[in-house]
Design a protein around this ligand. Structure first.
Ligand SMILES: Cc1cc2nc3c(=O)[nH]c(=O)nc-3n(C[C@H](O)[C@H](O)[C@H](O)COP(=O)(O)O)c2cc1C
Length: 226
């Protein structure tokens, strides 16, 4: 399906928070896949909303956190206008005690005025995550994001098991692509446990979103409110 209509290409925003690079790696792969699929794409990071580490005593984690902060300083930061602009929005954040990391939660709260103006209605949305452990709360993290989308009147498009790549050993979460970092953060080797299959799966997840968003634009006569 072509993603271009008379009203221009389908617009995708990949909005994510990452402290030590795992979610960043997945988000970057998603943005690359969206561009290749012909979507107009914005990769946008949500910064830490407090300028200090949550655990200064964890020296190695802090070095990894600083290394990642330096590595991504040129990635534009997310604004609520990016949410208003997009037809499809893929959100990613690490699991923290089974919930999405606080900076991303803080960011979605900034969308309150846009939500009040119905500015998020019928946009296609989906979530992904990275956690330290395979049973460390991937589903609950993703659902904590998707729960917000219900409130916004968005249309949630999960990856399901709609492609063979979801059957790869490091994939399989139908709620949203999820990587397992194992070691929490090793300076000099950030995001080393994000697998090529994870990266391929996030490509599938975002292409599926584009397909549905493009079909919806056609269905709504390409007059989907932006
Ligand atoms: C405060 C905090 C809480 C965390 N809670 C969990 C958790 O509940 N389950 C889990 O598996 N990993 C947990 N982790 C580990 C992260 O989810 C994991 O390292 C993730 O891969 C980090 O992604 P990032 O590199 O994009 O920041 C936690 C990490 C931090 C800093």
């Amino acid at each position: 399906m072509s993603v271009t209509g008379s009203n221009g290409a389908t617009r995708v925003a990949v909005v994510y928070y990452s402290a030590t690079g795992n979610v960043h790696k997945l988000a970057s792969a998603a943005a690359d896949a969206a561009e290749k699929a012909g979507a107009e794409t914005r990769l946008r990071r949500v910064p830490d909303y407090v300028g200090e580490s949550p655990a200064p005593e964890f020296t190695e984690w802090n070095r990894a956190w600083e290394e990642h902060r330096e590595a991504v300083k040129d990635v534009p930061t997310a604004g609520v206008d990016d949410l208003g602009w997009a037809d499809a929005i893929l959100f990613g954040g690490p699991g923290r005690f089974g919930l999405v990391a606080a900076p991303l939660k803080h960011f979605v709260e900034l969308a309150w005025p846009l939500n009040t103006r119905d500015g998020l209605v019928n946009k296609v949305m989906s979530s992904f995550t990275s956690t330290g452990a395979p049973h460390g709360g991937q589903e609950s993290t993703i659902l904590s994001l998707n729960n917000v989308f219900y409130h916004w009147g968005a249309i949630i498009v999960p990856p399901g098991i709609t492609d063979e790549i979801q059957r790869a050993p490091s994939n399989g979460n139908p709620y949203g692509v999820s990587s397992v970092s194992g070691r929490q953060a090793v300076p000099g080797r950030l995001a080393e446990n994000v697998t090529d299959d994870n990266l391929a799966a996030i490509g599938h997840q975002v292409r599926r979103m584009i397909e549905v968003a493009t079909a919806l634009r056609r269905g709504f006569g390409e007059d989907l409110p932006r």
